[in-house]
Design a binder for this molecule. Structure first.
Ligand SMILES: Cc1cc2nc3c(=O)[nH]c(=O)nc-3n(C[C@H](O)[C@H](O)[C@H](O)COP(=O)(O)OP(=O)(O)OC[C@H]3O[C@@H](n4cnc5c(N)ncnc54)[C@H](O)[C@@H]3O)c2cc1C
Length: 326
């Protein structure tokens, strides 16, 4: 049965989900006063398919493979909006990804350029208050895709989401390295224009300010010299920087699935009870351009009450109710 769904937040998590829900026949209202203004708003984003057998690596691989499948369908312009280095490493222009996703969602999607003030249950529905509380919309289901701010609308999530500030910088090198994507233990560098590189990213837990930082800029310059094997003294011209906040969970896995109930209560196994009709799509940490597509697949199946395609153990590792066991 098609449902009316409010998605709060139009970063990569909200946009990928809006496209998937609309494709499944649902009516989607996507709320965001400034789409792409959060962590999803960098000039480029790296995608990486990890190898290995541990649970987290398998999760990240399932996410990266889902992203590869979906991104292929977006007809991103090679070398301009998407750079494929090899079968495991690629980069995309987030703004182009968001635009294509929202275009593909078509007439079942309505974008409401407003911030949501609060949500509350009204019988079997949800009332979403927006526009400074002046307007309200009744929907059957709500998805919190607004990163750290999810905890402002649903306070029981406060213990599961923490801010980790990060900065990327753009530099012009004096030597003309061929464009491409470089990835190392310390970070990544992406270039589609000879000599111009986006490099990042710093990782500063619990810092919330969004001013670009000179120390981060120096560290990103050093990162770039390392990734390109440049002389440590090689001149770099700084073209600009951008700072934003990652929403990170205690186990670094995203929160994808039913929200924990507001009034507490536990299942027979001692897990927090889920809140009917309220979903979370947040905590994408440092890999949102991979995990948002897996999240979109999973949440579309859950909202549509359909069988899930992901292995049960992996899905369980993403449950927003996995914290706070009795
Ligand atoms: C410096 C840095 C570099 C990164 N590099 C990469 C990378 O290369 N590859 C990668 O995969 N990931 C990367 N990440 C991580 C990635 O950016 C995030 O995981 C991803 O952007 C999270 O997407 P999101 O949609 O959950 O959140 P966001 O992009 O933060 O979007 C949240 C949205 O919610 C909206 N919102 C908030 N509150 C409300 C409200 N009350 N009502 C309506 N709307 C609201 C905001 O306006 C915002 O648009 C990086 C992160 C940082 C900080």
């Amino acid at each position: 049965m098609p449902a009316s769904v409010a998605i709060i937040g139009a970063g990569i998590a909200g946009c990928a989900l809006a496209e998937a829900l609309a494709a499944a026949g649902h009516q989607v209202a996507l709320f965001d006063p400034a789409p792409g203004s959060g962590a999803s708003g960098n000039a480029w984003a790296l995608l990486h398919v990890p190898t290995g057998a541990g649970l987290d690596t398998r999760l990240q691989r399932a996410a990266a493979e889902s992203a590869q499948r979906h991104l292929r369908q977006l007809d991103l312009k090679p070398g301009v909006e998407m750079w494929v280095e090899d079968e495991r490493i690629a980069a995309v222009v987030p703004a182009a990804v968001h635009t294509r996703l929202l275009q593909r969602a078509g007439p079942r999607l309505q974008h409401i350029a407003s911030s949501v003030q609060h949500i509350r249950r009204v019988g079997a529905q949800w009332c979403v208050s927006f526009d400074g509380g002046a307007q309200q919309r009744l929907v059957e289901q709500v998805v919190l895709a607004n990163a750290l701010q999810a905890a402002q609308l649903w306070p029981v999530l406060a213990d599961c989401l923490r801010a980790v500030r990060g900065q990327v910088d753009q530099f012009q090198t004096s030597t003309a390295q061929p464009p491409g994507v470089r990835r190392g233990a310390a970070g990544y560098a992406i270039s589609a224009v000879p000599g111009q590189w986006l490099v990042g990213a710093s990782f500063q837990p619990d810092r919330m300010d969004l001013q670009c930082d000179a120390a981060d800029c120096l560290a990103n310059g050093a990162r770039l010299r390392g990734l390109l094997a440049l002389d440590p003294q090689a001149a770099l011209q700084h073209l600009g920087g951008r700072t934003s906040l990652r929403a990170v969970t205690p186990d670094r896995r995203p929160l994808i699935g039913a929200a924990p109930a507001a009034l507490g209560g536990w299942t027979r196994d001692g897990w927090p009870l889920p809140e009917p009709g309220l979903w979370v799509n947040a905590g994408h940490g440092a890999h949102g351009f991979s995990s948002a597509f897996l999240a979109a697949e999973l949440l579309t199946a859950l909202v549509s009450d359909q069988a899930l395609t992901l292995e049960a153990r992996l899905q369980d590792a993403l449950r927003p109710t996995r914290f706070g066991r009795r």
